[in-house]
Design a protein around this ligand. Structure first.
Ligand SMILES: *Cc1c(COP(=O)(O)O)cnc(C)c1O
Length: 375
């Protein structure tokens, strides 16, 4: 059996080696390392793929979120509602910009931001909502957009984990995750569904004015060379990363299908097990950035240890709710309002998930888990 890895980047690379190498070689030969033609090419290809008017590449997913918020003109003291159960980057940039993060509970089934909790958290200071499409499945964007319209709020989608996922809205139109809100942000960190070989990110929007503003912000607030109209940052996708992404984007749907197939095989192996809750599918696509189980008999930590002892990698995303992280505690938070996240951190475990998983590996992983839980 091939060695089981949480993410198998080498295996995936071997499959596309010539294309990736040629694409990188081109950058080396023309030596346009910053803002070269590869970056522009990737921007256009991604705009086409997503069906969005503007893609603005940047240095990483965290920057993408920060720049999106800067572009919307959010001001210190503005409240931004986001999910308590996500990677810290989402809340970090809110705090960095001196906006006020307002963390809210998530759904016990799909782990995404809870709509009733959003409604309850809205105050006259609320300016934006940041739904996170966690683990590869869209939050309830119809409901989020409805609340946003009603209260005049911006919606910034954190699409770092769901690139390529389709969202079918209540009118029956299918669009890509990250293109529904006023602005979307994604990451091309190597292990993401569309990953480069270093850091990378992008911002998406259909709004021409916002796209223009953001294009200046990523480049030191310049709209005309050496004229700095707004405070900006330096956040660029470098040409070598764009070359990798250009080579990989045509495979994204295939990669997401490989993840979905692996997920179905995991599901099948666990079906009927009373302790293991397999990932819930809401009405939307799930592109399985992570395959995350709930272990309901209190043995999650013991299972993590057992898998480690048996050389099967796994992860606990996330072990501590954001509202309990030292940097993000706030005396306004009431524990009883975080019932779901407080429980999820005790129950979740993510299994190896990538495009190269084979049947033998899945059978070994699932039988090891089932045997342990049946002991
Ligand atoms: C990965 C990730 C980010 C940050 O992306 P980086 O490219 O690592 O900065 C933000 N939000 C979520 C939900 C993520 O998973």
């Amino acid at each position: 059996m091939k060695k089981i890895q949480m993410v198998d980047l080498k295996g995936q690379y071997n499959d596309i080696k010539t294309i990736v190498n040629d694409s990188i070689q081109e950058v080396l030969e023309n030596s346009a390392f910053i803002n070269g033609p590869k970056v522009h090419e990737f921007q256009k290809e991604l705009e086409n793929y997503l069906g969005v008017k503007h893609v603005i590449p940047c240095a990483n997913g965290t920057d993408a979120l920060q720049i999106a918020m800067m572009g919307l003109g959010l001001k210190p003291g503005d409240e931004v509602i986001t999910a308590d159960f996500t990677f810290a980057a989402t809340v970090e940039v809110i705090a960095l910009l001196q906006l006020t993060p307002v963390l809210v509970d998530v759904n016990a089934d799909d782990f995404n931001i809870n709509i009733e909790a959003i409604k309850k958290a809205i105050t006259p200071k609320t300016k934006a909502i940041v739904p996170v499409h966690l683990f590869g499945q869209c939050a309830n964007m119809d409901a989020v957009m409805e609340i946003a319209n009603e209260h005049n709020l911006f919606v910034i989608e954190d699409n770092a984990q769901a690139i390529g996922a389709n969202y079918t809205n209540k009118n029956g139109e299918t669009v890509k995750a990250g293109t529904i809100g006023h602005v979307g942000a994604t990451s091309f960190f190597p292990s993401k569904n569309l990953g480069c070989y270093g850091d990378g990110g992008a911002i998406f929007t259909n709004n021409d004015d916002l796209a223009h503003t953001i294009r200046g912000i990523v480049n030191h607030g310049m709209y005309k060379r050496y004229h700095h109209d707004v405070v900006g940052v330096n956040s660029r996708l470098d040409s070598i990363q764009a070359a990798v992404l250009n080579a990989k984007l045509p495979n994204l749907d295939k990669y997401n299908e490989a993840r979905q197939n692996a997920a179905s095989k995991y599901d099948e192996a666990f079906s009927g097990n009373e302790v293991v809750v397999t990932p819930y599918r809401n009405e939307q696509d799930h592109v399985f950035h992570q395959y995350t189980l709930k272990i309901t008999n209190g043995k999650r930590d013991a299972l993590v240890k057992h898998l480690n002892d048996n050389s099967i990698p796994c992860g606990v995303y996330y072990p501590i709710p954001l509202h309990k992280q030292k940097a993000y505690t706030d005396e306004r938070y009431v524990e009883s309002e975080f019932k779901v996240t407080n429980q999820l951190v005790e129950e979740v475990i993510s299994l190896p998930m990538h495009t190269e998983l084979d049947d033998e590996q899945i059978a070994h992983i699932t039988s090891t888990i089932i045997n342990f839980l049946n002991e």
